[in-house]
Ligand binder design. Structure first.
Ligand SMILES: [Zn+2]
Length: 198
């Protein structure tokens, strides 16, 4: 899906996706499951939402109200662009991470470089455990934390359960998508992206 919609270097979204992002950001949910056919820009939308959650611009509320989104300039936005934000964790198959320019963990990169194994095509349980541990840490920059799961259907049952165990019962907002059910936590914030189940 990432081939069809490409955010520009500032992370700006096409107008129609920016409108969706602002609508989603206005909702009180702490987790979002973006669901749709490939090629509609769900990954870019999810990343833009995470960037907006973490953006440190003083005028962020005004920016969102006018459809401008995250500022693209602050330290947080710059770290997201550099794929090095301490409060954003992406949970993806390694093949997808590599394709989208996200760095693998040192251990994973070293195993792959050393030809001990190939990049995983699934979301690995080890990475899910890492996400669980990440969720329990305090926010490094003080704006909360975000986990982007993409594509969510690549979570197998064991991985989904490991992730869900860390989440609190929702306070009222809940997004669910059978058979993958995501409970919403008050912290951290999740963006999960899934293709529709056919
Ligand atoms: Zn910013």
């Amino acid at each position: 899906m990432s081939e069809a919609v490409v955010a520009d270097s500032q992370g700006e979204l096409p107008h129609w996706l920016a409108a969706q992002r602002n609508q989603l950001l206005a909702s009180p949910a702490h987790a979002l499951l973006l669901h749709g056919a490939s090629g509609l820009g769900q990954y870019e939308l999810a990343l833009s939402i995470a960037q907006s959650w973490l953006c440190e611009a003083a005028d962020l509320p005004e920016r969102l109200a006018t459809g401008e989104g995250a500022c693209g300039q602050c330290a947080s936005c710059q770290q997201i662009r550099a794929r090095s934000h301490t409060d954003l964790l992406v949970l993806m198959p390694e093949t997808v991470m590599l394709a989208l320019g996200w760095p693998l963990s040192e251990k994973a990169q070293s195993d792959i470089d050393g030809k001990k194994r190939k990049p995983s095509k699934d979301i690995r349980i080890d990475d899910v455990r890492e996400a669980v541990a990440f969720a329990e840490l305090t926010s490094g920059r003080g704006r909360g934390k975000a986990i982007l799961v993409y594509p969510a259907e690549q979570l197998n049952l064991a991985s989904a359960n490991a992730l869900l165990k860390t989440l609190e019962e929702p306070q009222g907002a809940c997004a669910s998508c059978s058979p993958l059910k995501l409970r919403i936590s008050s912290c951290p914030q999740f963006v999960a992206v899934a293709k529709p189940l056919l």
